[in-house]
Design a protein around this ligand. Structure first.
Ligand code: ZN
Ligand code: ZN
Length: 369
């Protein structure tokens, strides 16, 4: 599945022109996918997309990526390089024609210094500026074709977590459950592992960013499962918290009810024009009022797209307003050190007057039994 890229390229070129750039030189795989429809995995080899102010894209690729690049971006001019010669000549060809004193937009957040120095040596009279804000602004609002991919990614992860929950039994390790989560996501239509899957049980469920390991699920323990599906390059991201054996005690239920109420309040607050920080404050107020404020140690959510974490970030310092077409997660949590944690995460599109939920799997501590 690909998203139509012709009008998108025109939009990128127009925006680059407005920012005073004569060309963009992009290396980030999400930007290559967004601008050229080319889903690349560069590893250590240089893949670069040169976006001139006018005219066709120029794509610098190692020879082993030539066929994939041609198929994905048939209108792009390819500059192919081989391992034994290196990428300098290909990049020089792609940069040829830049006027003396050209202003070139780069991704300051992800362009390797070595690549920057190579580009600067090949275009010695160019000046370089940060194109990240421009790309962030374009990518933050999703079009209908992208939203359709999000809907499919959300439906896939819903099916996967519903299939996974009954198998959260005592005696299995986090790593086993994580592998099964990945397999179920693939069977539900995910084209690759989005991240993790994170599976954290017992006291380890209080570690918001740990990875699944050798810990064994035990009856009565909390277990957090956080994973995603990828469709057409676009990710879903869901978290559910369960009690192994399906019988929560009063403390577990209390933590869960508070987090669920915080998530509902935050989702209810989402609409265009509301600052991202306000969504965070809304969730945080519910948790703080329940006396659990010190245990909510991360932001309330993040944007989703070609990356699993991208703007807009729903944190207390981000007063940027939400806008229709943005796709966000809402994922409050509480993490009691040495005891355990609860997080509930769903994905949503900001609509004209609220949200459209992209993930709808049941939310219940008892779903695993
Ligand atoms: Zn997540
Ligand atoms: Zn998330």
């Amino acid at each position: 599945v690909t998203v139509a890229t012709t009008s998108r390229l025109e939009a990128v070129q127009a925006a680059a022109g407005q920012e005073g750039f004569d060309a963009l030189v992009l290396v980030g795989p999400p930007h290559l996918a967004y601008v050229a429809g080319f889903h690349a995995t560069p590893h250590e080899r240089l893949i670069a997309l040169v976006v001139p102010r006018h005219g066709p894209l120029r794509l610098v690729v190692p020879s082993l990526e030539e066929e994939a690049a041609r198929a994905a971006a048939p209108d792009a001019e390819l500059e192919v390089w081989r391992d034994e010669t290196g990428p300098a000549d290909a990049l020089a060809n792609a940069l040829a024609g830049l006027a003396d004193g050209a202003r070139v937009g780069i991704e300051k957040s992800r362009l390797p210094v070595a690549t920057y120095e190579l580009a600067a040596s090949l275009a010695p009279n160019a000046s370089f500026g940060d194109a990240d804000p421009l790309l962030r602004r374009l990518r933050i609002v999703k079009d209908e074709a992208e939203l359709e991919l999000f809907r499919r990614a959300g439906a896939a992860i819903d099916r996967a977590i519903e299939a996974l929950a009954p198998g959260l039994r005592a005696g299995r390790t986090e790593a086993e459950v994580s592998a099964e989560a990945g397999r179920l996501a693939a069977e539900a239509g995910s084209e690759k592992i989005a991240f993790g899957p994170a599976v954290l049980t017992g006291p380890r469920s209080a570690l918001p960013h740990a990875a699944a390991g050798a810990a064994v699920l035990q009856d009565g323990d909390l277990v957090i499962v956080d994973f995603g599906a990828v469709v057409g390059g676009y990710s879903s991201d869901i978290t559910r918290t369960f009690v192994v054996g399906g019988q929560p005690d009063a403390r577990q239920q209390e933590l869960f009810d508070v987090v669920r109420a915080a998530q509902r309040a935050a989702l209810d607050a989402v609409r265009p024009g509301v600052p991202c920080a306000e969504i965070d404050r809304t969730a945080r107020a519910v948790i703080r009022d329940a006396g659990l404020g010190e245990y909510f140690v991360h932001r309330t959510g993040h944007g989703l797209g070609l990356e699993i974490h991208e703007p807009p970030y729903l944190d207390g310092g981000n007063e940027e307003p939400l806008g229709a077409g943005m796709v966000i997660t809402v994922e409050p949590g509480v993490y009691v050190p040495g005891y355990g944690g609860v997080r509930i995460e769903d994905d949503a599109v900001v609509t004209a007057d609220g949200v459209e939920l992209l993930t709808r799997a049941p939310v219940s501590l008892a779903a695993a039994s």
